[in-house]
Design a protein around this ligand. Structure first.
Ligand code: ADP
Length: 370
């Protein structure tokens, strides 16, 4: 198993980076530390726009290529899972409180003591992170073995299945009310009845979506080799009319052949490409789908130049019925990404969103090769 912990050190001072590297090497921890240093703007932006994931990002407060606040704004959305730690210059009068901006996990002074505390923290967290990874690997191998997953699954099934009957009764009574008493209702009464029927319809839709999600949890995967490029081409052809109308294009690299459930993967990419089209800006839409091998995983990214995803929304949009905008602005039910997350997890992988500082977003899928 890979026991490497990836750290990005954003610093103007190569000497600090060398000290940190030496301290990590001497820390005697179980984890190997892989330290990337961004000490100039070119390297920093190269990393920011890459798919590289870090467990920790250490940010020095004496960056020379831009002011710290705007640099920090960029970093806060970067690698939503990474723990972000500031190293501040106490000798320049910066206090711990000033340095600990919301979104940071820790702030340490740039002194020997601060560096040692940082190494200690990273070491402890790295060991924990490795322990979690062992658990997560076990969970991925037996997704239904964990009781919390079982509980969640039973709850979703119970809610979506058992509420169908009462909601249908309510719907039926609302219909009777409309048919038999509609004539005697005044405008206000008629308006309320209309809202009632709309909301019953919406509740029924939500229950159907939950039932469908529940089936994704319980149905056995039908895996076989599929050419991902071909699936993407098929989906693009479904959207071709819309793409022609809006002057958009979807490009893809050479994509791998994966051993997955074809129906689920078609749905996964249909949701992602559909979202890129839905959440576009006025500029011509450009979607890029790329794949690369990282250790024992495939990393597949779907990048668009649309309205983007705020860092603070990046995690919650994968939950059921979570949306950022009202249905009147963008139609939808907030289940698309939850379904994507379910499908990827069914295959032992992970999915996450990254916002781009200028515009657009990237949805990244990592899938174990086996
Ligand atoms: P829906 O599309 O029905 O709203 P999803 O679960 O697919 O539901 O997406 C949840 C939310 O995530 C969306 O409402 C939107 O705010 C955000 N989102 C998803 N994909 C994108 C994207 N490509 N660009 C910008 N925002 C997105």
């Amino acid at each position: 198993m890979d026991t490497t912990v990836n750290i990005l050190h954003v610093t103007a001072d190569q000497a600090d980076a060398r000290i940190l590297s030496a301290l990590f090497a001497d820390s005697g921890r179980q984890a190997t530390v892989d330290l990337d240093v961004a000490s100039d703007a070119a390297r920093f932006y190269e990393i920011l726009y890459s798919d590289q994931q870090y467990h920790f990002v250490v940010i020095d407060d004496r960056i020379e290529w831009e002011d710290w606040a705007s640099l920090f704004d960029r970093l806060i959305g970067f690698g939503s899972e990474a723990m972000k730690i500031a190293m501040y210059s106490a000798e320049r009068g910066i206090t711990h409180e000033q340095a600990l901006i919301p979104g940071l996990s820790m702030a340490y002074p740039r002194s020997n003591r601060g560096l040692l505390a940082l190494v200690e923290l990273v070491g402890t967290m790295a060991d924990k992170c490795l322990a979690n990874r062992v658990e997560q690997t076990a969970e991925a191998a037996h997704p239904l073995a964990l009781s919390s997953e079982d509980d969640q699954q039973s709850l979703i099934y119970a809610v979506s299945h058992d509420l169908q009957e009462p909601i249908q009764l309510v719907s039926r009574y609302a219909q009777i009310l409309n048919d038999d008493f509609g004539r005697v209702l005044d405008d206000h009464g008629a308006e309320i009845l209309e809202h009632l029927q709309q909301n019953i319809g919406r509740t029924q839709e939500m229950l159907d979506e939950m039932l469908d999600y529940s089936r994704l949890q319980t149905r056995k995967l039908e895996v076989g080799p599929i050419d991902l490029g071909q699936i993407v081409d098929e989906i693009v052809s479904l959207y071709q009319l819309t793409l022609d109308e809006i002057g958009g294009e979807v490009m893809h690299d050479q994509l791998p052949t994966l051993t997955v459930d074809q129906r689920q993967f078609r749905r996964l990419f249909q949701n992602l490409i559909g979202n890129a089209i839905k959440f576009r800006r006025d500029d011509p839409l450009r979607v890029e789908i790329r794949a690369k091998e990282v250790d024992n995983e495939w990393r597949i990214s779907v990048k668009d130049n649309g309205i983007g995803i705020k860092p603070e929304d990046a995690d919650r949009i994968f939950r059921m019925f979570e949306r950022v905008y009202g249905r009147e602005d963008y139609p939808g039910n907030g289940m698309g990404l939850a379904v994507c997350d379910r499908i990827v997890r069914n295959h032992g992988g992970r999915i996450w969103a990254k916002s781009l500082p200028e515009n657009g977003s990237v949805i990244v899928i990592s899938l174990p090769k086996q």
